[in-house]
Design a protein around this ligand. Structure first.
Ligand code: UDP
Length: 236
């Protein structure tokens, strides 16, 4: 049962239009001990990504002779949500860590780093929906800032259906009361989709429409990623 309407007069509860992203902020190298790091905010949702490596992998039995490996840990801080989240890993964070690794893996030349690991951490400081996609955007920037050889960046966003309307970038209340939501990531230059998860029910037509919206939103996010990288290296 929905507590309140999510769409009123064509606008969402935070005043956005259906196809409108939240205010997005991106910052590079926010963690001094990392090889590369980034903070990305989608509205109130805040992810800090920290990349360490390429570095030797121990214990040795974890090493792979023909390739390097990417390890990802996604973690939501206990204070990031209204109802305190118990600290430490759980099934949700284990699954999200895995799908983030799979979303980022295709862009990294891991075969150039046999026996080596690249470790990426995504800490969610504040959660208001779409945390995994925010984490992917932050990790993609952090990998680039760490100088990891990559074929492309990875841009990511959520899309879904609320009160019968197809929307992009769901906030927490929209996510929890949606009819359907999808997490999406792509390598913008290669046009490869590296993450597609969906909850709820949609028609084929709606899925196709949402995929198009997700691609368009990811291209906007990609432009922002490129800008923040260029500005950083120009010293702005
Ligand atoms: N959430 C929460 N407590 C939790 C997990 C999630 O309040 O333990 C909220 C949070 O705002 C999150 C949203 O529910 O962003 C949606 O979570 P979901 O598991 O769908 O993943 P996300 O959309 O964050 O990638």
């Amino acid at each position: 049962m929905k507590e309140e309407k999510l769409m009123v007069d064509g606008k969402r509860i935070d005043g956005r239009l259906p196809e409108q992203l939240r205010d997005i902020k991106m910052k590079l190298n926010v963690v001094t001990r990392a090889n590369g790091s980034a903070e990305v905010k989608f509205g109130k949702t805040t992810a800090i990504a920290s990349v360490h490596g390429p570095r030797a992998l121990f214990p040795r039995y974890l090493q792979e002779s023909g390739t390097g490996i990417l390890r990802i840990r996604y973690n939501m801080a206990p204070f990031s949500v209204n109802d305190r989240k118990s600290p430490g890993p759980d099934r949700r964070s284990t699954e999200i860590s895995k799908v983030i690794r799979l979303a980022l893996g295709p862009t990294i030349f891991l075969e150039d780093f046999p026996k080596i690991t690249i470790d990426g951490f995504a800490e969610i400081i504040e959660a208001d929906g779409s945390t995994r996609v925010t984490a992917i955007n932050a990790l993609s920037l952090a990998l680039a800032a760490a100088g990891i050889p990559m074929e492309d960046l990875v841009a990511s966003c959520s899309v879904g259906k609320i009160d019968g309307t197809l929307v992009v970038d769901l906030n927490g209340k929209e996510d929890n009361n949606s009819e359907a939501d999808m997490a999406f990531a792509m390598l913008p230059n290669k046009g490869v989709i590296s993450l597609l998860q969906m909850d709820g029910a949609l028609t084929k037509k709606e899925v196709l429409k949402l995929l198009q919206s997700a691609k368009e939103s990811c291209m906007k996010i990609y432009e922002m990623q490129i800008k923040v990288l260029k500005d950083f290296y120009k010293g702005e």
